[in-house]
Write a protein of this length. Structure first.
Length: 73
């Protein structure tokens, strides 16, 4: 999954691309259904984290480095 223009962070010297991507994915995935307990919410988040591939994270990092923190896409 590549970043869309809507979620790409602004140019910033302290841009942390994985923060933007990871938190967006976790929010989107965890909000797909209501959770009755903190334990259930934590379990759902753990599944979402486990589903992220290393290659996706590396690719997002590489794109950010190549773009020098500026929008690309």
């Amino acid at each position: 999954m590549a970043w869309s223009k809507e979620i790409w962070p602004p140019s910033s010297p302290d841009c942390k691309p994985l923060d933007y991507y990871v938190w967006g994915v976790l929010e989107r995935e965890s909000n797909k259904r209501a959770h009755n307990s903190v334990c259930l919410a934590e379990a759902f988040i753990a599944v979402a984290v486990a589903s992220m591939t290393r290659s996706t994270c590396h690719a997002l990092y590489d794109v950010s480095v190549q773009a020098r923190g500026y929008h690309r896409g």
